[in-house]
Design a protein around this ligand. Structure first.
Ligand SMILES: C[C@H](CNC(=O)c1ccc(S(N)(=O)=O)cc1)Cn1ccc2ccccc21
Ligand SMILES: [Zn+2]
Length: 260
């Protein structure tokens, strides 16, 4: 199993021991400073073609809750914006905090949101497998969406209502017919920069597209994520799954761009 986590001993500050790229030149997440983001006229709008998407399952992988999709063809892709090709939707997952604490990975002018949704896509035009794409500099495109605490989200219930079925690490269940289009905010204005996976192996293979507008979810719905456990059913100590986020990393020589 993975020997990394979010605890004191195995958390983000220790990851560099097994994954030296943790101190690399294009690590994620970052603190987004809106005033420093450069408008780029070559950046067009992004297009999310999710109408024929096929969700398959929802699982607890010991780090987050992940919804996997059938990525055997180009039925659901993200394209446009900074992307030269369409990128296929592979999975989405969340990062969140503890009760009332922040939990997003990216922050905006130093302020975090309650949670962050990541829709993970891969460049199937240039690479044959997800694993190959996950190690290539232009292999992945992750769409980041902030979750802000407020009213109930009409559609997030579809996910939070089944979390009890994937409480323990290694559990999974069927999850068909879910279209993540229902989790998008009203406008797709975004920031974009070159970064990495925010969990080990921290490959520097991600073109990040972070939406400016958060979606609103209730504290009750956020609380449902916290019934999940980092630990497996057979493990004795119960480890509630929360604060599964990496803090912002140095921007170094990167330029943050925007399409507002
Ligand atoms: C990367 C892959 C496991 N990790 C991810 O796919 C992944 C995706 C998105 C994010 S985030 N939070 O940035 O959106 C983080 C991790 C498996 N895998 C493929 C090759 C490979 C090599 C060693 C170990 C695992 C490996
Ligand atoms: Zn993520």
């Amino acid at each position: 199993g993975d020997h990394w986590g979010y605890g004191k001993e195995d958390g983000p500050s220790a990851w560099h021991r097994h994954y030296p790229v943790a101190k690399g030149s294009r690590q994620s997440p970052i603190d987004i400073i809106p005033d420093e983001a450069r408008r780029d006229s070559s950046l067009g709008p992004i297009f999310l073609k999710y109408d024929r998407c096929t969700s398959l399952s929802i699982a607890n992988n010991g780090h987050s809750v992940v919804v996997e999709f059938d990525d055997s063809d180009d039925r659901s892709v993200i394209q446009g914006g900074p992307l030269d090709n369409p990128y296929r939707l592979k999975q989405f997952h969340f990062h969140w905090g503890g009760k009332g604490c922040e939990g997003s990975e990216h922050t905006v002018a130093g302020v975090g949101y309650a949670s962050e949704l990541h829709l993970v896509h891969w460049n199937a035009v240039k690479y044959t497998t997800y694993e190959d794409a996950a190690t290539a500099p232009d292999g992945l495109a992750v769409l980041g969406i902030f979750l802000e605490q407020g009213d109930d989200h009409r559609w997030l219930h579809t996910i939070t209502d089944v979390l009890y079925m994937v409480k323990f690490k290694g559990s999974a269940t069927n999850f068909k017919g879910f279209n993540p289009k229902c989790l998008l905010p009203s406008n797709l204005h975004y920031w974009t920069y070159l970064g990495s996976l925010t969990t080990p192996p921290l490959h520097e293979s991600v073109i990040w597209i972070v939406l400016k507008e958060p979606i609103v979810v209730s504290e009750k719905q956020l609380g449902m994520f916290r019934i999940l456990q980092f630990s497996g059913e057979e493990e004795d100590q119960r480890m509630r799954m929360e604060n599964n986020f990496r803090p912002p990393q140095p921007l170094k020589e990167r330029i943050l761009k925007k399409r507002c």
